[in-house]
Design a protein around this ligand. Sequence first.
Ligand code: EPU
Length: 341
Amino acid sequence: MYQDNTMNITQKVSLKQYNSFGISSFADKIIECQSVEDIISSLNILVSSKYYILGGGNNILFDNEYHGIIIRPNIHGISIVNNNEKYIDIRVGAGEDWDSFVAYTVENNWGGLENLSLIPGTVGASPVQNIGAYGAEVKDCILNVEGLFVHSGCSFNFSREDCLFGYRNSIFKSRFKEDAIITYVTFRLSKHPQVNISYAPVRDAMAIRGTNTIQAVREEIINIRNSKLPDPKITGNAGSFFKNPEVPLKTFEELKANYPNIPSFPLDNGDVKIPAAWLIDQCGWKGKSLGRAAVHHIQPLVLINNGDATADDILLLARTIISDIKNKFGIELNMEVNYVK
Ligand code: EPU
């Protein structure tokens, strides 16, 4: 067996504490890497086996058994690499907790990430799915992303443009899926923050408060999230389980003729985004259970573990919802959560 003093390698391990769904799956092995050197030392093992790169495990559904290696790039450290009158650039280790980092930036009045408050996960996972909420996406604050390619062993340093960010998407989910291990992310934040209140509930809450600081935005977003979304520490879940579907304008207009109240958000390319939460709600799934899995009673986009659900329970519920929505609306929902098998 490969050994290293600084690296923690565990054999045949329960993944329950490594996924926010709280599902008791197993993997053959977990490698925890505390440094870039740890990752380089483990590349040899990775290239010759099946592996999965894990961040905080907040956007994942593991199958019952994962016959492979889980690698966790748990690199820490926050350093200021550039600081001028207008902005500050901060380089952050992939293993840093996302919301602790956001809290630190807001305390210092460095603007840009406050709308992404309380999103569970690690800094290294944030560019992979281009986390987004309340009118903001992390891509707008990312300057560059560093890491290593598993198969070539080469390092990379991608600019924001290189990352090909899209809605819950990036080059790390497409071309370099499972080949790029992110080690550091550098963010550019504003020293003269402008609040982003494009999301109506945030705008309303700020109007009531009568302030427009990023500290107030963070507080309001924490309040909204706490009132709408289940806390994964208490109820197993992985946030939005599905993506919001995007349909051509013509399809939307046909739907609107049958469902005049259908909510919609026009996209720059002419397509229309429809909230999956509304579609699920219309199919009567809000708050309903199927076996040991359930649909959250406030935000139906979130599937929850009722206690001792398996991956099969969650998948059965997800597939039933997908099929009901297809039958009723002709729309195909896609999973936002990564299914790892
Ligand atoms: N809606 C219903 N019934 C409900 C709840 C919502 O019909 O019971 C409809 C309403 O029309 C509402 C709409 O769904 O206006 C949108 O709901 P919400 O504003 O809560 O946002 P979302 O589109 O469902 C997205 C993100 C969330 C993010 C929120 C807020 C995706 C897949 N999800 O959800 O992200 O927090 O916007 O910006 O884009 C996550 O990724 O884990 C996540 C929680």
